[in-house]
Design a binder for this molecule. Sequence first.
Ligand SMILES: *[C@@H]1O[C@H](CO)[C@@H](O)[C@H](O)[C@H]1NC(C)=O
Ligand SMILES: *[C@@H]1O[C@H](CO)[C@@H](O)[C@H](O)[C@H]1NC(C)=O
Ligand SMILES: *[C@@H]1O[C@H](CO)[C@@H](O)[C@H](O)[C@H]1NC(C)=O
Ligand SMILES: *[C@@H]1O[C@H](CO)[C@@H](O)[C@H](O)[C@H]1NC(C)=O
Length: 512
Amino acid sequence: MRMNALFLLTAFAAVTSVSGYNILCMMFLPSRSHLHLARGIINSLLESGHQVTWVTSYPEEAPHKNLKQIELSDVRAISAALETASMEMNISQIRQFTKNISDMAASSPLVREALVKENYDAVVTEWFLSDVEAGYAAVQQAPWIVLNTVVMHPYMEYLVDSVRSLPVVPFMHYDFPIPMSFRERLVNTFTFGLMMIDNWLQYASASSRYEQHFSPIAAARGVSLPPFSEAIHNISILFVNSHPSFSNALSLPPNVIEIAGYHIDENTSPLPKDLQEILDSSPKGVIYFSMGSIIKSTGLPEKTKRDLIDIFGELPYTVLWKFEEKMEGLPKNVHIRSWMPQASILAHPNVKVFITHGGLLSMLESLRYGVPIIAIPVSSDQPGNADRSVRAGHALKVKFSPDMAPKIKTALNEMLSNDSYYKKAKSISKLFNNRPVKQSKLISHYVELAIESKGAYHLRSKSLLYKWYELWMLDQIAAVLAVLSMFYIIVKKIISTITRKPAKENIVKKNK
Ligand SMILES: *[C@@H]1O[C@H](CO)[C@@H](O)[C@H](O)[C@H]1NC(C)=O
Ligand SMILES: *[C@@H]1O[C@H](CO)[C@@H](O)[C@H](O)[C@H]1NC(C)=O
Ligand SMILES: *[C@@H]1O[C@H](CO)[C@@H](O)[C@H](O)[C@H]1NC(C)=O
Ligand SMILES: *[C@@H]1O[C@H](CO)[C@@H](O)[C@H](O)[C@H]1NC(C)=O
């Protein structure tokens, strides 16, 4: 009897000690890679026993028992446009597109109802060229957690701190060596200037969209909506997809947490049986080729596909190619699948080279498992990723074009005959994986800390409390200059009165 009571007591304690917080995650960008990135955050929170409400354009069919989903089907409807058009979209079109998506989410009746009726302990949003998302946490009066799905960049720095990286670290899309030359630093600063001017031009419209979406919700909740200018800097925790093993080391305030690689399962899932057999029976080595989810291999010209098959067929290695259609007459060593469990393949010790478009997620997976890459960048951050990896010594770059097949062959020969790329990939991988705390633990720890400390103010940069000219110390310089010039005037006056005396006497004498 006593045993039973004791058991019940401990069981009860175990249940109640799980501090299940109620967390709203606004992560609804209609793209496969953003879906992966959202899942990484959500799974970490669920594993730690929290209740998650996920606003998504791709709801899961059999969700975790603590996961509530709010589906944004109209966002998914325009995703087809993103998947096919993103390569050609210019910056103003991308901005229009993200604005549309952000407006759709904020005006969705289901989202509004949840924001009015529910009380969340924290709100997580993904930053994607828009600050209007500040409103979700503002109307909930809860800590705001931001996920930046690329490496740390000056605009994020501007939101959480003062911009300090500008003179030392080149922008994401520039491949300037560090230390930068005078001209490169000038270009870097000029780019930042243009970005801030652009931001300032967009500010009025962003601010009015913020008011338009969130004032009614704030009114319905009976809270006052903070001004946009304050809300955008009210970030408790910023998660960034960076890590010093591959991105640049920066001085960051303690509320910026680098979690690159968090989207990769900590326990690599086993390979399907057929792939396991292919990989195990290829001791000479395997080349894995995938251009990601947006660029379909079927979109390649017929001749390019044929040339690639011919080149792969001549190799003494096994080739796994993520390819979306059936193909006749394949050489025996080439295996095609429309879907590949990428992480599990890269984890296999026989994989020697990864041919990739160089999207950030694929790059991170290659670093996690230490596989050298041949990058064929196409758009957005891919050229920059490729250049950085070439410079780091674990990659070769091939230009994307219909006649790229012979160049891929040259690159493959170079990479497979010179083991410096493989060794470099392994040594960077060691740094990449060398973390005192797993990323999923960091995610739940910092979200809980933000909630328990009511906003993690103790981790935030104090720079935000100052005006820009105070940070640049212009007021201090002005004060010093004022004192110096006052001193100069006084000294000058004294000197002139001393030197003028004999002159007066002279005049007096003359008058006599
Ligand atoms: C972007 O493309 C659209 C449509 O093709 C065009 O109207 C617009 O001027 C372009 N903007 C920029 C900044 O290139
Ligand atoms: C955004 O919405 C506007 C009007 O609602 C529409 O005309 C435009 O085509 C949309 N743009 C994109 C890129 O979806
Ligand atoms: C900033 O966020 C905290 C929670 O992290 C909240 O309590 C506070 O009201 C917010 N302040 C403004 C000005 O929005
Ligand atoms: C292997 O490649 C590295 C990096 O490009 C180069 O420095 C080295 O000289 C190459 N070694 C041989 C034997 O070609």
